[in-house]
Design a protein around this ligand. Sequence first.
Ligand code: RIB
Ligand code: CA
Length: 315
Amino acid sequence: MRRSIIIDTDPGVDDALALVYALNCPAVELRAVTTVHGNVSVERSTRNALGLLELAGPDLDIPVARGAERPLNGLSRREADFVHGAEGLGETPVFAPRRAPDPRPAWQLIRDEVTAHPGEITLCAIGPLTNLALALAHAPKIARQVAGVVLMGGAVDVPGNITPQAEYNLWADPAAAAAVLSAAWPVTLVGLDVTTQVVCSREDFAQLAQQAPRVGGFLAQAAQFYIAFYEQAAGIPGCHLHDPSALIALSHPEYFRREAMALEVAQDGEARGRTRRASAGVGPQVEVLTGVDAAAVKRAFMLTLCAADRGPVPS
Ligand code: RIB
Ligand code: CA
């Protein structure tokens, strides 16, 4: 059965890969996109989301709603432009999208879609969690109406990436992360524990560009900056597929091992954004992915994206 999803995103190179995966994966139906501050400003993430949908799904009319421009509580921001490039998609030409964003703020589009389709919509958050926290604050009942929440974020038994202790998405807005992880909705956390095991090389992107010259060629160009960061900062022969792994956890749950646990999110200081197992009885349990068949995830990623020039899966 196809999963209807809303992707909340801060594109971002790996976000772009995840969006194109969602458009071309028969197991999911992308109903809407909401954008958030994070890798780049929300102006850029909104422009990039609109441009990516026009590139990869020119005949689709998937709404894109602009979201929060900063974290809750006025916390400091730090863009990850050193990872994704100043405009968010490496050194590709800047998009000039034809379509305008949806007039609603992101939290409102999330509320409207979830309440109009109770039990159907899975929220797939692959950026900081500010929009989901705002949606919960405005409409707490959505916690009972979503089909589920899948989020790329956190690092439970492995080091962080923005600090030694914290993964970027949860570090960027720890108050929002705490609200999302303590709400009474089913959450699957796709953290660095599994996403750092999935690597895409320059040769993989060359194959993608060869098999799908239009869409894959753009993504391969965008990925060059992102790969150069990982080669230099992590010493790996490629880049991590953080956000695509969250989508593949949705389309292929069988590729992952999971453990139920309650999590605490550190709110400030050196530990800001750190996710740790909470003592028993503290907060609802979250399904944390703790293991992955990385080869299977990579295969699903390459198979789906190499078909991207044939156009998205019809709804
Ligand atoms: O830590 C990885 C996450 O932070 C990914 O979502 C990446 O796009 C950045 O937002
Ligand atoms: Ca992201």
